[in-house]
Design a protein. Structure first.
Length: 122
């Protein structure tokens, strides 16, 4: 069975759950399920705003994105993606438009901007 920690680093700091994908990860449905399971285990039933750094994520399948848009939003107050500027109009934009996450979700190119957005939801 996959472990979410194989794909991302997770920690909670100043009331925000930080989530950074490891380099060159290809996220399919099974991997997405493992990541969500690991995140929920860390949260221990508490709800947090989530900073999700996808700058090193290589690819995510449509099934993984759809799973993340619904189940991946469990116990999340809001989600801020941090990504490379080159992707700002592609992967996350498609995720937000097609999959329609169930919590406020925005994309940023810097961690500082993402944290500023998330602090409103603490």
């Amino acid at each position: 069975m996959f472990k979410g920690e194989d794909y991302a680093h997770f920690w909670i700091e100043e009331g925000i759950l930080n989530f950074i994908y490891k380099p060159n990860i290809i996220l399919d449905l099974n991997e997405a399920k493992a990541v969500v399971k690991a995140r929920l285990r860390l949260q221990q039933g508490k709800t947090y705003p989530i900073l999700c750094d996808i700058r090193q994520l290589k690819f995510s399948s449509k099934a993984a994105r759809e799973y993340m848009a619904v189940t991946g939003c469990l116990k999340a107050l809001a989600i801020a993606f941090v990504m490379e500027e080159a992707y700002s109009g592609t992967m996350v934009a498609a995720f937000m438009k097609i999959s329609k996450p169930t919590v406020p979700t925005r994309a940023f190119t810097t961690t500082a901007e993402a944290l500023s957005f998330l602090k409103r939801f603490k």
